[in-house]
Design a protein around this ligand. Sequence first.
Ligand code: ZN
Length: 370
Amino acid sequence: MKAITQIRPILLLICAGVLTFIAAKEMLEMRKPDIIIPSEGLTQKRKLSDYLNNLLNTNGNSDIYIFDSGEPGANVLVLGGTHPNEPAGFISAVVMTENVRVMKGKLIVIPQACLSGFSTTDPLEGSPQEFFINSKRRFRFGSRVSNPIDQWPDPLVYLHYPSKQKLSGFETRNLNRAYPGKPNGTFTERVAYAIVQLIKKEKINIAFDLHEAAPEIPIINAIVTHEKGKDIAATSVFNLEFNGFQYALELSPTNFRGLSHREWGDATDVIPFLMETSNPIQGRLRGVTNQNLIINGIDKFYNEAVQLNRLRITYRVEGESLAHRVGRHLEAFIEIINAYNEIHPDNTIIIENLPNYGDLINNGIEKFLN
Ligand SMILES: [Zn+2]
């Protein structure tokens, strides 16, 4: 009897040790950086700390890829990974980085704007930690917000700087509620500040922030812009619709603070655009949550919901594949650049070798990864 009572705690300790080992291994796996192999058109690689020194040696020191043609023209910025649980934004920026050649003007790409968020997942979502394209290229699937390791604790109420707008405490770690940021503020405010400094210092003319949202969110397949961008957005939406891509044009609300499409436009000379695609893995109706859902975007519950036709849902019965979602981002990007060039013939940018929607659907994303 005595022997049994001694064995039990030992067995429990061994079990706890094994579980801790597995959990720690999975956690450390999320620290392994994603590999991005830029195209030959790359002229310079920088870091976010070049624009705000106190990000040096932090989890917020994102890589910046610069494609400078050397010919004077427009300067364009693209952000992926503002929300690391929205893979189409991240992968669109990776596809750009790995393919583009800029013939006139300058293109700057930050594929992982909220680098910290790539090192963790959101609690209680059961999300996969990573996904593979063509079994060779591994990418992390992260959290919507910065890792609590980099910014903790969350306040009960998040007060946006400088507007004092009140949001739920959790939003204090959301990069897209932190603009224009603060040089000595919270970790996330500092990342936001560095991005705004980059926009000012590099004299960016147009900037993109690539996102995704749950199929039931009203702002899906939309282009959101500041008042400054409405002519360009209207021209682009018209041309996209003409080519069979349904898009809504949304103007950035003036009283909702902290978002890229509002604060970039107010704080700098840039014309901002934010795009959203429909991502079932973020949705509340979803069932099995795994890599397949990221890549194929097929979910039986969304399928059923669409067929019942009782909800306003942006979801296609064939699914919302990653190739479809990245294709939409790239197609809209190309149209917005075309519209900008048309409206500003004195200051254009020429980007070559960027796949469009058809290229991605016909060949798969893997064809455009190095
Ligand atoms: Zn987002």
